[in-house]
Design a protein around this ligand. Structure first.
Ligand code: PNS
Length: 166
């Protein structure tokens, strides 16, 4: 068992297309648990995003600007290799419901196989956000529904502009 010395950096990876209050809840709690939290946007995703990586990073930066130990970045390639380059020993992920568990378990076990020295830590999503996803937020606004209270105001404005053109 290695002796833990020094400060712990965690990476919170994701698509963040766009950031929701569910993500922000996790970031706030992660920033309390760890000395440094790097919120990392995946660059080479197969899925077609609504916002570019730069737009997603800008929204994240705006929303976390008061969290002094939180850095916003983006990454390509294997998550564990990126985490190692950042000096991180923890990957942070949120779990909303049982349906998230299988996908998260697969990723956590694969990441552990690739780099056993990096641990995945799961936080349960706040119950108010356990139904919330970026995908549903985009669907609801596109169909004329109300998304206030689901994403920060700056994100709501960007979504309105991008999806509704106003
Ligand atoms: O928000 P998401 O889309 O659920 O995040 C998925 C993410 C970014 C965590 C995952 O796709 C990822 O880690 N991609 C990087 C590529 C990688 O390392 N793949 C092997 C890990 S199992």
């Amino acid at each position: 068992m290695a002796l833990k010395l020094g400060k712990v950096t965690a990476v919170y990876p994701g698509s963040f297309d766009p950031i929701t209050y569910g993500h922000l809840d996790l970031i706030t709690r992660g920033a309390i648990l760890f000395d440094k939290l790097v919120v990392a946007v995946l660059r080479n995703a197969a899925k077609e995003p609504l916002f570019t990586v730069e737009e997603r990073e800008a929204m994240l930066r705006e929303v976390v600007k008061d969290c002094l130990n939180v850095e916003v970045d983006s990454f390509d390639g294997l998550l564990v290799d990126y985490a190692a380059r950042k000096g991180a020993t923890v990957l942070l992920r949120g779990i909303r419901a049982i349906s998230d568990y299988e996908y998260e378990l697969q990723m956590a076990l694969m990441n552990r196989r690739l780099r056993p020295e990096i641990e995945t830590v799961f936080l349960m999503a706040g119950e108010a956000y356990s139904f919330l996803s970026s995908r549903l937020v985009k669907e609801v606004i596109a169909l004329g529904g109300d998304i206030s209270g689901l994403v920060p105001p700056v994100v709501e404005a960007r979504l309105r502009q991008r999806v509704l053109g106003k």
